[in-house]
Design a protein around this ligand. Structure first.
Ligand SMILES: Cc1ncc(C[n+]2csc(CCOP(=O)(O)OP(=O)(O)O)c2C)c(N)n1
Ligand SMILES: [Mg+2]
Length: 412
């Protein structure tokens, strides 16, 4: 059961008398089910037809793509032929190369999913589980009523469950992307092929523009004090080795800079864990244990870190070689943004109650110092590069706690 989709933790609960009992049982080896299934050719051909006739299609990637190692390449090849932008659900890991010219970034998070999908007449979700998880209820489906919505997943649990779908396909995401691409290639008329090529060129132009806008923003905020989250993310980007896996994205302050600046080029490079507080700090240790040959960097946030601060002890106890960078905005910033989004900016007439940490400061570097983890608290942008370099070079756990600009209106 644990080895079949969706995989993940399984709890076996045994009563005490069973635990105390003795049995004579032969131990039989485990045989893992080969679960990768190819889609029905008719289903693949139908998806291909929808894509061929679409005016403005979009592909959404999700966690379950990670269960088939070639999904990212296969979905990319399909998107290139179909002239399709590729987005990503707000989820635990990202399964598409973020430097791909057709990658347009993740779906809206604080309730902006409908905005992200507006104008798209064909939406194909690959391995997304529940594809839409906005923080705030948006009412109904974010897919337009007259749009085609197709779910493809290896796990049937969320297929056709919460939103009206045109098609739902239970199959391996890599196989499906490959078969749909082949069917599309066979079936495209020359006019359709030209439309696809023109769309791909237009999307590439737009994502190139988005990237240079991000670089401009970075440039304009470079010398800001307090430190701009854009600068911190860029310094992280420039300091880490190319095969680094990231855990967390530095909370609300880091989320947009992460999407704009960090290039994830291989699978298993990002584990967001954005939903439940307390995951990224110990999660970084878990990812390092699972990927011992890769550098692992936890992009923490200070509020979240306080939910599982004892993970620092575990890091020292087992000498786990990870680097932590804390996006310390001294606040529960997401709660401020959530209130503004929910009630509207005009409703905000007083201070945000209980959302600024104030004194005593949440000083994660001092927390790390308790167990002699090499750590630094940085508030001068000029000190960032050296501190990050030192932390990354250190063998064993290390931490850089960065005091950043926590103003709530930007970087989301
Ligand atoms: C276990 C748990 N408790 C409470 C929440 C509600 N919650 C979500 S985000 C947040 C504040 C996060 O603050 P911080 O980690 O500093 O990140 P920031 O928003 O400042 O980037 C809270 C209290 C939650 N998601 N999970
Ligand atoms: Mg915070």
């Amino acid at each position: 059961m644990a080895a079949e989709p969706p995989q993940g933790p399984v709890v076996l609960s045994l009563p005490q008398d069973v635990l105390d009992g003795e049995v004579e049982e032969p131990i039989t080896p485990t045989v893992h089910t080969d679960w990768a299934t190819r889609p029905d050719p008719a289903a693949a051909a139908r998806i291909a037809r929808y894509l061929a006739e679409a005016k403005n299609p979009i592909i959404i990637c999700g966690d379950n793509m990670a269960l088939s190692s070639s999904s990212a390449d296969d979905v990319a090849a399909l998107a290139e032929l179909a002239g399709c932008p590729v987005s990503q659900t707000a989820s635990r890991q990202w399964s598409f190369p973020t430097n791909h010219p057709l990658f347009v970034g993740p779906l809206g998070f604080l309730g902006g999913v409908r905005d992200s999908l507006s104008g798209h007449d064909v939406v194909v979700a690959f391995g997304c589980g529940d594809p839409f998880m906005p923080l705030f209820y948006e009412g109904g489906s974010p897919v337009a009523d007259d749009a085609v919505f197709i779910q493809v997943d290896v796990n049937p649990w969320e297929l056709a469950k919460n939103y009206p779908v045109t098609m739902s396909v239970l199959a391996d995401t890599a196989w499906t992307a490959r078969d749909v691409r082949e069917a599309l290639d066979r079936g495209l008329t020359s006019v359709e092929r030209t439309n696809c090529e023109q769309r791909a060129a237009a999307i590439t132009q737009s994502t190139t523009g988005m990237r240079s806008k991000a670089e401009e923003q970075l440039h304009s905020e470079w010398n800001n004090t307090p430190i701009s989250p854009m600068r911190l993310m860029a310094e992280v980007r420039d300091a880490v080795p190319a095969d680094t896996a990231f855990v967390g994205a530095g909370g609300t302050s880091g989320r947009a800079p992460f999407a704009q600046l960090i290039e994830l080029t291989q699978p298993n490079s990002f584990f967001e864990g954005n939903a439940s507080l307390g995951f990224p700090l110990p999660g970084t240790l878990g990812v390092k244990l699972a990927l011992p040959d890769r550098p692992v960097v936890g992009l923490l946030r200070e509020g979240d870190s306080m939910y599982s601060i004892q993970g620092l002890w575990t890091a020292v106890k087992y000498d786990i070689d990870v680097t932590y960078v804390v996006f310390n905005n001294a606040s529960y910033r997401i709660l401020k943004q959530g209130m503004v989004r929910y009630l509207g900016a005009s409703e905000r007439k007083s201070e945000f109650l209980g959302m600024n940490f104030g004194e005593p400061a949440i000083d994660i570097a001092r927390q790390a110092g308790v167990w002699d983890i090499p750590s630094a608290r940085i508030d001068d942008p000029a000190d960032l590069a050296v501190a990050l370099r030192r932390a990354i070079d250190h063998k064993g756990p290390s931490l850089v706690d960065v005091v950043i600009d926590g103003s709530y209106g930007q970087h989301f």
